[in-house]
Every structure is written in structure tokens, then in C-alpha cells.
Design a protein around this ligand. Structure first.
Ligand code: NAD
Length: 482
């Protein structure tokens, strides 16, 4: 059934620009439904958008911070007012649950509010004066910021760039993901409309448009969220033009379970970090390390709970989680499940199909729990980004820490224990941007707490105050001697 709802175009200077080609966006939970169409942009569109953003920058940078903060505060209201029509649209294009899409908007709004709150204090010029000299330290906007975002949480991941970029006086060209471009683009069009022309511009497309943006000489910084491989390309393209970069990349988060917990008490909370968004979250729990004496009890308890899950469309009542977002990810995770079954690990396929008739019309996968003795197997080492989780036994806490760190990734991590001091001491030894104690889900995030990775999980931090904002400005100092 064709159910075309919307079309999103390229947005330059607050004008919609028609493209030569459009791509259909299908509902990943009902593939026969077309949710909308998205413009396929070109390098030429990128150039026009960057020029528009650059021209807008020449005035926008002169506005005072109060004026910019008023606009960002007005944008919070735009996000809030847009939830009614755009939350269901987001669910239909990216495959999440209704509450997950609401969370995406909620974090997006809170992020804008946060930067509106701290921006003025950050941007004000500092003066240092003593008997011999006078110094001023000014924080100047960089210029055009290129923001490239993925499909899994498009609203909040975009607002994590819009907030700090605008409050510091920059303008933007934003490239949404080609597999969830609709809701975020409509939202950006509404936000752009309350800003001067050219402050926010949007160009659609995939790698070609991303490369054109990262290599454009007038783009002064790239704020990127996406996979590690793509991040490496973004980094090397941006480096040839000496652009600043913030890279929020993939993760393979470990959760270390100490032997002093009761599995039945912690597993429901732990699972919030495992199957939410069908496991397609950068900081989802992707490996669980359990003391070997507790392994079977832990595994069986977890299987019993996961077996109650129902997988279905994000708008269907009673679904625990939804389909994968796209065909590539669906095939990748399916192949990984087969490979894990053939590896000799114990693989349990659990849960049930909410709507068995519609199952083959979506990228649905049931939840899988794996008991894996091999701490270096594929399912343990990679970022699976799907509803499958390995549980690996360890003998000593030292070994658990070693296992947690034997990865190219270092985004988030967690330690679960009834003894907070013991958990904190272990957390300090984990190579990651964040370690959460007895939690590891959306509720672990806190505004002002720097979010980002070490190793191949990224460079720079979002959601923070000074560590984030300073990446959107250049310092300019002046000094005279008395
Ligand atoms: P992806 O890397 O395939 O795409 C991300 C964005 O980059 C998309 O807009 C895409 O069109 C664009 N792109 C692709 N090739 C490009 C190139 N050569 N140059 C510039 N841009 C290019 O990632 P995805 O599949 O959309 O998202 C999933 C990945 O994102 C996972 O690895 C996940 O862990 C990661 N992620 C990280 C965070 C974080 O905060 N660390 C948050 C969410 C998602």
C-alpha cells in the first residue's frame, strides 16, 4: 500500500530547493508503506548551502548572546510543539518505539535549554589586568559548522550540535541520515524559520554529500556522529583543511557484574541498556561479564525475563522493541547470529512476534541471549547494533577489567555491585569516556556530564559545558603593556 505522507527538500536560506532526484523512505516495520520522500543532494547543493551559511554568519556572529539565547529558547518551544505530528513520523521512518522517539525529542529539548542556560556566561569576554599589563580573552565563533548525524536518535544528536553552535554565534549546514531524514528535517525547517535566513541549512544525501561538506574550505568545524569507519574518513578529510572535528563514534560497551549482586534484582535495569532501540544505540550494553560461579544463574534468569518480550511495530501497543532500521544492518545482524550459532556458543532465541502476519514485512529480529566462553569471539568483539547480547564468564575482577579493555572501542561502560566503593574502584580502571555504576541506559546521561569516547569511539565531548562549547569557538587574545 502506498501511503506517501511527506517530502523533505534541501533547505538553503530558508527556501526549499527542489532536487533532481528523490529517494523513498519505507517504514522498517512495514516495508510496503512509503512514509515519505527525501531529496538526494549533490556537492553543488552543499556548496550553495555553505555559501548561504557563510553569508549569514557575517551578521549572526555580531548578534549579542542574549538575542541568540532568545532564539534558542524559542526553538525549544518549536521542538515541543512539533512532538504531536513528528514523533509518530519518526517512529515510522526509523523503527523505534513511541517512547523512544519521545525520549529523542525530550533529550533534544533539554539539550537546547541547557545551552541557552550556560551560553551567555561562556561567551563573555574575560579580562586579566595587573600592574604591568591588560589582557582580553575573546571567544569568537568559528564560522560555518558542518553537522553530520546518524539515523538512530536523529533529533537529540542534531540538537547536541545546534545548541552549542548557535549559542556561540556560528551558522550551520546539517546533513541528516538518508535512512531517517524526515522528522528531523521538518523540525529543522521549523527552527530555521524563527532564525535569520541561512543560519540553519539542510542538505540531504549520503557519503558524497558528507564528503563535500567535510572538504568544503568555508566549513570550519565538523561535528559528526556515526560509525567508527565513517568517522575515520571524516577525520582525514577534515584534517586536510585543518578543520576542527568532534567525532562521536561507535561503541562496544561492557557491563561488569560483580559477584555480590542478585541477578534477579539487577537484570531488569540492565536490560534497559541492552534491547532499547533494538540494541541500536551507541552506548547500549554490548557485552556482559559475569563471575563464572554465577554464570548459569545469571544466564537463565536473563533468558526468563527476555522471553517475555514481544517484538513489533513501534506504534503497536504491547511491543517491547521494534525492527532494525535498514536492510544492511538487518542482514549484518542476521549473519552475526548465524555465525555465533556455528561458533559453539549457546544461543537462545527468545520472546515472541507481536504480529506474526506482518513479521516478514519488516526488519524484525527476536531478542537473542548468548552464553559465550570465548572472550574474543565476533559477537563479543564487534559493535553488533542489534538485539543480541553475549554473556561472558570471568574468573577474577582483574580478568574482567582486562576483558572490558581488550577492545578498539571506549565509549561507555558500567559496573554493577552492591558495594559502590568497590564498583567505583573498578570503574576507574576501565578505558572509556564514561562508567556508570548500577545503571547503563538513557537515564545514565546527565547534562553537563561530558559524553564521548576514547580510543576508536571518538574525539571531543558533547552534552558538556566548557569542553563542548570551546570546540565551537576560537580564542582571540589582546594584550598591552602598561
Ligand atoms: P554511518 O557512519 O553509516 O553514517 C553516519 C552519517 O555519516 C550519515 O549521515 C551518513 O550519510 C554520513 N556519511 C556516510 N559516509 C560518509 C563520509 N564518507 N563522509 C561524511 N559523511 C558520511 O552511521 P549510521 O549507520 O548512520 O549510525 C550508526 C553508527 O553511529 C553506530 O556505529 C553508532 O554507534 C554510531 N553512533 C554514535 C553515537 C555517539 O554519540 N558516539 C551516537 C549515535 C550513533
Amino acid at each position: 500500500m502506498l501511503n506517501l505522507e511527506c517530502q523533505v527538500d534541501i533547505l538553503i536560506n530558508n527556501q526549499e530547493v527542489l532536487a533532481q532526484n528523490y529517494a523513498e523512505i519505507h517504514d522498517p516495520g512495514k516495508l510496503t508503506d512509503v512514509v515519505g520522500r527525501v531529496a538526494v543532494g549533490t556537492a553543488e547543493d552543499v556548496d550553495k548551502a555553505v555559501q548561504a551559511a557563510h553569508n549569514a554568519f557575517l551578521d549572526w556572529r555580531k548578534t549579542n548572546s542574549k538575542e541568540r539565547i532568545e532564539k534558542i529558547t524559542a526553538a525549544v518551544k518549536v521542538v515541543q510543539d512539533s512532538m504531536g505530528d513528528l514523533v509518530p513520523l519518526l517512529v515510522r521512518e526509523h523503527g523505534g518505539m513511541l517512547w523512544e522517539a519521545q525520549t529523542d525529542f525530550g533529550i533534544g529539548m533539554a539539550t537546547l535549554e541547557y545551552y541557552a542556560g550556560i551560553g551567555e556566561n561562556f561567551v563573555k569576554t574575560e579580562f586579566i589586568e595587573d600592574d604591568s599589563s591588560w589582557v582580553s580573552i575573546e571567544k569568537k565563533a568559528k564560522g560555518v559548522i558542518g553537522a553530520i548525524v546518524p539515523w538512530n536518535m536523529p533529533v537529540c544528536l542534531t540538537m547536541m550540535k545546534v545548541g552549542p553552535a548557535l549559542v556561540t554565534g556560528n551558522t550551520m549546514v546539517i546533513k541528516p541520515s538518508p535512512t531517517a531524514p524526515l522528522a528531523i528535517s521538518i523540525l529543522l525547517k521549523r527552527i530555521a524559520a524563527i532564525l535569520p535566513d541561512g543560519v540553519i541549512n539542510v542538505v540531504h544525501g549520503d557519503a558524497g554529500v558528507g564528503v563535500a561538506l567535510t572538504r568544503h574550505p568555508l566549513v570550519k568545524k565538523i561535528a559528526f556522529t556515526g560509525g567508527t569507519e565513517t568517522g575515520a574518513q571524516v577525520n582525514s578529510n577534515a584534517a586536510s583543511f585543518f578543520k576542527a572535528v568532534t567525532l562521536e563514534l561507535g561503541g562496544n560497551d561492557p557491563a561488569i557484574i560483580l559477584d555480590d549482586v542478585n541477578p534477579a534484582d539487577i537484570i531488569p535495569k540492565l536490560l534497559k541498556g541492552v534491547y532499547t532501540r533494538s540494541g541500536q544505540i551507541c552506548f547500549a550494553v554490548k557485552r556482559i561479564y559475569v563471575q563464572e560461579k554465577m554464570l548459569d544463574k545469571f544466564f537463565n534468569t536473563m533468558c526468563d525475563i527476555v522471553n517475555e518480550y514481544k517484538v513489533g511495530h513501534g506504534l503497536a501497543e504491547g511491543a517491547s522493541f521494534g525492527p532494525l532500521n535498514n536492510n544492511k544492518q538487518y542482514n549484518l545482524v542476521k549473519a552475526m547470529i548465524e555465525n555465533t550459532k556455528n561458533s559453539g556458543a549457546v544461543v537462545r532465541e527468545l520472546g515472541s512476534k507481536l504480529n506474526p502476519e506482518g513479521w516478514d514485512n519488516g526488519y524484525f529480529l527476536l531478542p537473542h541471549v548468548v552464553k559465550d566462553e570465548d572472550h574474543l569471539s565476533q559477537i563479543v568483539s564487534c559493535e553488533q547494533f542489534g538485539p543480541i547480547i553475549p554473556i561472558i564468564p570471568y574468573k577474577t575482577v582483574e580478568q574482567a577489567i582486562e576483558y572490558a579493555n581488550e577492545t578498539e572501542y571506549g565509549l561507555c561502560s558500567s559496573v554493577w555491585s552492591s558495594d559502590i566503593q568497590r564498583a567505583l574502584a573498578i570503574g576507574q580502571q576501565i578505558e572509556a569516556g564514561s562508567t556508570f555504576i548500577n545503571n547503563h541506559s538513557f537515564e545514565s546521561l546527565s547534562l553537563g556530564m561530558p559524553f564521548g569516547g576514547v580510543k576508536n569511539s571518538g574525539m571531543g565531548r558533547e552534552l558538556a559545558g566548557e569542553p563542548t562549547l570551546s570546540a565551537y569557538i576560537d580564542y582571540h587574545t589582546m594584550r598591552y603593556l602598561k
